[in-house]
Design a binder for this molecule. Structure first.
Ligand code: GLN
Length: 473
């Protein structure tokens, strides 16, 4: 077994048993990145020097015989919209090409306090807008299973890095599916936590009422460990809450679990082979003793249109700060202030970002606000009410993550609507704030397929317990 094959638990054991040092572990990952990043392009920034310095610190801690945290000395990768002090933070955009993070995001701070070794920053769709990483201003990430295909997005670099053994775990952000979709496309585990479970302080804002940071890992056990490390109340994010969740439930029994399968998630449009695999995975739970119930989420068809009003609206407000003065790229051709604003935004933003800003500005404008934004917020309430009702009947919901297999690079990029459709099974979860996990359940045509496990608010523990029973297909 290579060092880069290890899970968090295995690598930790190896470190404390002194089978290898943190420096050796870090070097093994840096070598792997050197070998593979050229073709996969998962990393935008590789922080070899600071990673090795941190690894050395952990080694000296181990040599003194002191107890170390489970994440100490373990190499990880961070999506490039999460701040890591003194490293570039581009959010995949030209407008932030030379922006250096002046402080750590809360999640970064928490990982650093545990002794994490940060290998670098991962590629993503510009400002997390997209489902393929093709919207990155720096070029697309490739799917490690098939280099002609997309890894999913927007956290494509974070998921590809784990699938290609270039980090033990990574962080992504999920606004409409951006942790779950790339995890599904790359055959790894990805969790979108309950809204409020993880602080968003230091995450470059896309759509603030939907954004949430989550772990991407090789195993469920690892996802649990990282989630535990990054979650909790943070006074810098007023939407974050105290840990109300249990990470483990010793009385958990699959025989007591009722699984809801929403009929609206298995309609025309889904790849029949994906449906077959997802149903087979659900059947496995039935064989273990869980009760399966068909449930209805009647407003499902309105969720995606509502999501594509709410996210551009919030994005148009959040992205107003990139004016060529406060951050990053500044076009100085014009002499007057307005000219600097206009030219910087024109040059700095890619076409998908501009499309969202225009859509959002329109949806929020006087005269249209009621017809679009307000209406979408009402739909959001209805979607939430659907889930609340179903969760009175069942403990957990199971569904596909994506209706499609990883598609070819270039296949959907010219057709924004077909790209938006990729989020059909994931966006509702963000509208409602629920937690959901993508679990690899096998392959179709040699490409990974994921099962989406959606839990009640702050019941990540149940998701983990259920997911681990069906690990390692
Ligand atoms: N694909 C979705 C979008 O483009 C989701 C993005 C995300 O979760 N960051 O909005």
């Amino acid at each position: 077994m290579e060092l880069t094959d290890l899970t968090i638990t295995q690598a930790h054991q190896g470190l404390i048993k002194k089978e290898f040092s943190a420096t050796e572990l870090c070097q093994a990952y840096l070598d792997k990145i050197k070998e593979k990043n050229k073709e996969i392009f998962a990393f935008l920034t590789i922080a070899a020097k600071s990673a090795l310095v941190q690894a050395k610190k952990v080694d000296s801690l181990i040599s003194t015989g002191r107890e170390i945290s489970i994440l100490a000395g373990l190499p990880c990768a961070i999506k490039d919209n999460i701040l890591v002090e003194n490293l570039k933070c581009t959010a995949g955009s030209k407008i932030l090409e030379n922006y250096i993070a002046p402080y750590d995001a809360t999640v970064t701070k928490k990982l650093k306090e545990k002794g994490a070794v940060i290998l670098g920053k991962t590629n993503m769709d510009e400002f997390a807008m997209g489902s393929s990483t093709e919207n990155s201003a720096f070029g697309p990430t490739k799917n490690p299973y098939d280099l002609t295909r997309v890894p999913g997005g927007s956290s494509g670099g974070s998921a590809a890095a784990i699938a290609a053994d270039m980090a033990i775990y990574s962080l992504g952000s999920d606004t409409g599916g951006s942790v779950r979709l790339p995890s599904c496309f790359c055959g790894v585990v990805g969790l979108k936590p309950t809204y409020g479970a993880v602080s968003r302080y230091g995450l470059i804002a896309f759509a603030s009422s939907l954004d949430q940071i989550g772990p991407i890992t090789k195993t469920i056990e690892d996802a649990k460990i990282v989630f535990e490390a990054i979650s909790g109340k943070d006074e810098m994010d007023s939407t974050s809450v105290e840990k109300r969740f249990k990470i483990q439930d010793s009385r958990f029994k699959i025989q007591n679990i009722k699984i809801g399968v929403p009929s609206q998630y298995f309609v025309k449009g889904i790849d029949p082979e994906i449906e077959k695999l997802v149903r087979k995975a659900i059947k496995k739970y039935e064989d273990m003793g869980a009760k399966i119930e068909q449930v209805s989420l009647p407003h499902t068809e309105y969720a995606l249109p509502a999501y594509y009003i709410i996210n551009p609206s919030e994005a148009s407000a959040n992205l107003a700060r990139y004016d060529g003065i406060k951050y990053g790229l500044s076009a100085k051709k014009e002499k007057d202030l307005l000219g600097v604003y206009l030219d910087s935004r024109q040059e700095g933003f890619g076409s998908e970002v501009k499309r969202r800003i225009m859509l959002g500005t329109y949806a929020l404008s006087a005269g249209y606000y009621e017809a679009y934004y307000l209406k979408a917020q009402k739909v959001r309430k209805l979607v939430r009410a659907d889930f609340t009702k179903v969760f009175k009947q069942v403990d957990i919901i199971m569904a596909p993550v994506s209706p499609f297999l990883p598609f070819k690079i270039g296949e959907k990029i010219k057709d924004p609507l077909s790209m938006y459709l990729v989020d059909i099974y994931t966006a509702s979860v963000n509208l409602t704030g629920l937690p959901a996990l993508s679990l690899p359940i096998g392959k179709v045509k040699d490409l990974p397929v994921g099962l989406q496990i959606i839990g009640k608010w702050f019941e990540e523990d149940k998701i983990f317990e259920i997911a681990r029973l069906n690990e390692n297909f």
